[in-house]
Design a binder for this molecule. Structure first.
Ligand code: CUA
Length: 339
């Protein structure tokens, strides 16, 4: 005889399931809390499929339970197998056909929508995957930045996806579906229009295993009002902030006379490297190292001292054996002054 689980176990299991469901809905990377038209459409298809699947699951489970109890072997009756019921076979072929047809219509509609050409006034962005960070260029605005993408609310966005090395994949679940960045091939995100401006960033990350620090390859999307976006864009195209203190001045000296300039650009200085992120306005970003660390003096110092310790396999060399403590302090003060 099968022993039924106790009521306490059932209550514990169902509470856990409910808790998981609630957590999933409020997660910052939840797909069921869409904040753009494109994410909305994907969510609609998902919710439809989810509820249809629930109906099928409950139907099959309840049917299995009821029929196996009903037709079980009892005193005076033997259980038997039924073969060849045309009516039943037609029925269980037709029901899935209808369900699949119901799913196919909105799925195809969503796919066709996703393939639409961007409107004339769409904001054009190139997102480039590198091991292990994201570069964002706004070709019409002359902006090059890293790991933090700003968007104006209620304006269509057209993002071209490029990879500099291996295959990466680009996904911010509340705003758009996942699309791969493939070396030697331009991909495109389906055009999307963010619908909710907010202070807090939308989170995204690389979702294709791309090497040691794949898990440390994140990005943030800031959706703001048109005015705030324009102010940000104006700041991004301007040269770096002029050094305002001796320490900052000294930091710029360290930067422009060390290996930093081989990889990084700071507009307004001689640094014009293109291997690593453009640092002209690095002090204005909320995080460093592709969203891994908050942009604080301690974290920036830790990163420059030994990047490999934060992000295993990072291309950037360690500087704690090339620069003195004073030079590191000056460098950190300088970079943070670049807002
Ligand atoms: Cu880039 Cu995973």
């Amino acid at each position: 005889m099968i022993r039924m689980p106790s009521r306490r176990v059932l209550v514990a299991l169902s509470s856990l399931a409910l808790l998981l469901a609630l957590t999933a809905c409020s997660d910052p990377q939840s797909t069921v809390d869409p904040k753009s038209d494109a994410a909305d459409r994907i969510n609609d298809v998902y919710i439809l499929v989810f509820w249809l699947a629930m109906v099928v699951m409950v139907g099959v489970l309840v049917g299995t339970l009821v029929l196996s109890l009903w037709f079980r072997e009892r005193p005076g009756r033997t259980a038997r197998q039924i073969h060849g019921s045309t009516r039943l076979e037609v029925m269980w072929t037709l029901i899935p056909v209808v369900i699949l047809a119901v799913i196919a219509v909105p799925t195809l509609e969503t796919l066709i929508d996703a393939d639409e050409d961007p409107p004339e006034d769409a904001l054009r962005i190139e997102a480039i995957g590198h091991q292990w960070w994201f570069e964002f260029r706004y070709p019409d605005l002359g902006i090059t930045t890293a790991n933090e993408m700003w968007l104006p609310v209620d304006r269509a966005v057209d993002v071209v996806l490029i990879s500099d090395d291996v295959i990466h994949s680009f996904w911010a679940p509340q705003l758009f579906g996942k699309v791969d960045m493939v070396p030697g091939h331009e991909n495109r995100l389906p055009v999307f229009t963010p619908t909710e401006a907010r202070e807090e960033a939308y989170l995204g990350q690389c979702v294709e295993f791309c090497g040691t620090s794949h898990a440390n390859m994140r990005f943030r999307v800031f959706v703001r009002s048109a005015g705030e976006f324009d102010a940000w864009a104006d700041r991004q195209v301007s040269d770096r902030a002029e050094p305002s203190t001796d320490l900052v001045q000294q930091g710029e000296q360290v930067f422009t006379t060390s290996a930093c300039i081989g990889c990084h650009t700071i507009q307004g200085t001689s640094a014009a490297g293109i291997v690593g992120p453009n640092l002209t306005h690095v002090g204005g970003r909320s995080t460093i190292a592709a969203g891994i660390l908050d942009n604080t003096p301690e974290n920036l110092r830790r990163w420059i001292a030994n990047p490999d310790d934060v992000k295993p396999g990072a291309l950037m060399p360690r500087f704690d054996n090339q620069l003195t403590d004073e030079q590191l302090d000056a460098l950190v003060a300088y970079l943070l002054s670049l807002d």
